[in-house]
Design a protein around this ligand. Structure first.
Ligand SMILES: [Zn+2]
Length: 239
């Protein structure tokens, strides 16, 4: 049998080539073991706030830190396949580690910081509200805070809308208990206040709601979240 003719290599489409995305998977799995470190006060944007918190968990013990880590890794895989460079604000999900603090999470990828300058930052979280009617996602964008967020507030609103629309498009319901049509505006979050690139924080669902938690705890659910985040990145970047 003759060897088949070699096929000409075809270049894979890389619509996000040259783009840099910071993903911030909220909390670290070990934060609860390091109360001294995570309760230390840091600058959250002209005022002091704790370095970090433990995050929440589902009623059957699936931690927010693990959920956000797993979604972030899947988003990273997909963005890399599209040619993007992806920076995570923590290197792993470990009970032996804590942090980083919210100020560092907000600065990684800023112009002038070590490493590549990001086109955008998405902080991934999940909420923990004990209410039988509280479910769904909300996307938090930075409000205007003079000297802190006034440079990125307008662009961040566009990113928030892109992420809200992508989550709705992927079948997720906007929050029943906070924000307006899935979007909230806050000026008290260090991760948002420290960012000098467009930034949003997504509370992807309520882990204390059984239905939301079931989606978060499933591979299929996490892949659906990840697809929505990638859709939002592409939409925001026009790619
Ligand atoms: Zn959180």
């Amino acid at each position: 049998m003759l060897p088949s003719a070699p096929t000409a290599p075809t270049a894979a489409p890389v619509p996000l080539a040259g783009r840099v995305v910071v993903l911030d998977p909220g909390h670290q799995l070990g934060n609860a073991r390091f109360p001294g470190e995570i309760n230390r006060l840091v600058d959250a944007g002209g005022f002091d706030k704790a370095c970090n918190t433990t995050g929440t968990a589902s009623d059957d013990g699936y931690p927010e830190a693990t959920f956000t880590w797993q979604v972030a890794v899947e988003v990273r895989r997909r963005l890399r396949a599209l040619g993007a460079r992806v920076v995570l604000t923590r290197d792993d999900n470990s009970v032996a580690q804590w942090g980083p603090c919210i100020d560092e999470r907000g600065r990684i990828g800023n112009p002038g910081e070590p490493g590549p300058t990001a086109d955008l930052r998405i902080s991934l979280h999940a909420d923990g509200v004990r209410s039988s009617t509280a479910h769904g996602f909300h996307v938090i964008r930075p409000g205007e805070r003079s000297g802190w967020t006034d440079d990125v507030a307008a662009a961040s609103e566009g990113l928030a809308l892109a992420l809200r629309d992508a989550l709705v498009g992927a079948g997720f319901a906007p929050s029943t208990y906070v924000g307006d049509e899935g979007i909230d505006v806050r000026t008290d979050l260090g991760t948002l206040n420290h960012s000098d690139v467009p930034v949003v924080m997504a509370e992807l669902g309520n882990m204390r709601d059984a239905d939301d938690a079931a989606v978060m705890e499933s591979d299929a659910g996490r892949r659906r979240y990840a697809r929505a985040v990638v859709t939002a990145v592409r939409s925001f970047l026009g790619a």
